[in-house]
Structures are given as structure tokens and as C-alpha cells.
Design a protein around this ligand. Sequence first.
Ligand SMILES: Nc1ncnc2c1ncn2[C@@H]1O[C@H](COP(=O)(O)OP(=O)(O)O)[C@@H](O)[C@H]1O
Ligand SMILES: [Mg+2]
Length: 330
Amino acid sequence: MSLLEVKDLRMYFPVGKKGLFRQEKEFVYAVDGVSFSLEKGETLGLVGESGCGKSTVVRAVSRLYTPTAGDVLLNGKNLNTLNKRELLDARRNMQIVFQNPYASLNPRETVGDIIAEPMRIYKQRGLLSMSESEIQSRVEKLMDMVGLLTYYKNRYPHEFSGGQRQRIGIARSLALSPQLVLADEPVSALDVSIQAQILNLFKDIQKEMGLSYLFIAHDLAVIEYISDRVAVMYLGKIVEISEFRDLYESPQHPYTKALLSSAPIPDPKIEAARKRIILSGDVPSPNVRQPGCYFYARCPHRFERCQSNEPTLKGSSTHKTACFLCEQQP
Ligand SMILES: Nc1ncnc2c1ncn2[C@@H]1O[C@H](COP(=O)(O)OP(=O)(O)O)[C@@H](O)[C@H]1O
Ligand SMILES: [Mg+2]
């Protein structure tokens, strides 16, 4: 059984009305049929351009948003079937680290209180039995684990650097000993020199706690460093999902090829094999549902079938692509 299974997840945001008499509802199709699974101890990287729906996947999987449709199974339990209390209980296994360590920490709380907060909330609801002194020693253990001196427990977020703040965010996400951490571009806001330290911290913690990560990044070097498998998103859909090596060495989808070709990858074997591909055309608006392949407008290899039919993910058990061209030349 997979730790996490996501089946045909959809998240449509209503954004107003359209049509002659403004009777038709208009939506942003932020996530439009996303499926993947994640095993225990595994890291799945999720990449794609800004606005393709990565954060919305995290929010819909973790129930910060109630998805429009689709199923999320955690340890085989379908979150759709749980009542409010059962959902809260299930969610302790699935914590989020946010992109912006400045905005996601309450500036009026001390570091100790920020890290203790999840434990206090679960205690209040009767889902965790810990005394205040047990909570305090857990806070100190967590600070130690993420490389923060416990001496700083009573300080406030503004007294810390960006990297240290992200350590606080990571400590908070680990407070309830989750099995899965959803990391939404956790290093994007940090200096490059700090990014490596924080990525190493993610790796160390994973080893120590046997964690699984859904790890979002738009930087392919970051994804390369951290992921076992990679899913590439385009306009609310996964267009290619594969074991990491295979995706980098033999990308199938024209969008993945373009994405890889525009990123520096510190591996001479891969670097030598690729040509720069410049995509023409704009990213279509996520408010418009078009028939056919969503990548049609920008695809250098499009043909007739792509305009009217929508490709689905096909391929081997370890490498799948949603592209008619790839189906033709395996
Ligand atoms: N709460 C919301 N209401 C309306 N539209 C939203 C909302 N959140 C995200 N979107 C839209 O959904 C799309 C995907 O956004 P997001 O998931 O943040 O992308 P990413 O994280 O890949 O940059 C974007 O077009 C964005 O404007
Ligand atoms: Mg985002």
C-alpha cells in the first residue's frame, strides 16, 4: 500500500461570471486531473512553471482546500470518507512547509510557541496527550534536530535570518511526527548559499525519521538533488512522471525537454546531450478549457490529433508521458 495516493484530483476556483448575460460561471482550472502515488521514505519532486498549479496540489492534498473532485488516500484511508475529527487526526501525518518563511511564521509568537503550536492544537482537541513539560522538551529536541540553539527558544521570528526561519518552519512541520511532509518551494525564497544547507537538512531528517516528501520546486537543480522521482506539471496536469535519472537522461514530453534544456544541470553527461529548446507562444490562460492537448499552442511537434484529442499518461510502470507523439515512437 502506498503512503499517499492521489486520484484524479481537481481544484477549480470560481472567479466570476462570463457570457452575454453573465450567467455562465467562470473558473480557474488550477488543478485539472492529477494522479500520483508516493511510497514510504520516497521523495517525489513536482516541477513546472509558476502558475501551473503546484501549490494548489499541496493545498488540495492536505485539505487546506476542499478539492472540487478526486480522491486522496493516506495509508489507504480515503480522506473524503472522514468526518471533521477523523480528518484532523489523519492530517497530523501530513504537514506542510511553506515557501515564504517570513509570511508563514506568526511574528508575535516566540520560536518555542510557534513550534509547540501544532502539539497544543491537537492536545486541545483531545487528539494528543502530552503535558506542557513534555511539549517543551519536544520543542527543544526539534530545535536541536533542525540545527537551532535551544537558547533562542524565547526569541521572535524577526530576530532570525531567512534560513533560520525556514528551520523553524521545518521544526514546526515535524512537531507531530508526520510520515509525509509537503514542501512547497521551501528553498525558493532563500539565498543560493543557504539553499544547500536547508536541502541537506531535509535529507538528514528524512533519513532519521523515514519521512516521505512531496517536494515542489521550479528549480531543476533543486529537484535533481532531492528527488527519487519527478512529476512535471503543465497547466494543472502532470504531463510526465518518471524515476529521476530516466527523466533527466531521456525526457519524453516536448515540454519536459524544453524545461530541461533551459536549466543548467551540473552533470556533464546530461549537459552534453541536450540542445536548447526555446518555446514559442504564451502559456494559455488557466481560465479557458480547450479541447486536445493543453500544450498544443506551444508544442514544436504538434500534429492534427493533438488539437482535438487529449493525451493521457501512458508508458512503463516507472516512466509515463501524456503525449501522442511519444505513443507513436516508443
Ligand atoms: N485561491 C485562488 N483563487 C483563484 N485562483 C487561484 C487561487 N489559488 C491559485 N489560483 C490560480 O490557480 C493557478 C495555479 O496557482 P498555483 O497553484 O499557485 O501555481 P504554482 O504554485 O504552480 O505557481 C494560477 O492561475 C492561480 O492564479
Ligand atoms: Mg506555488
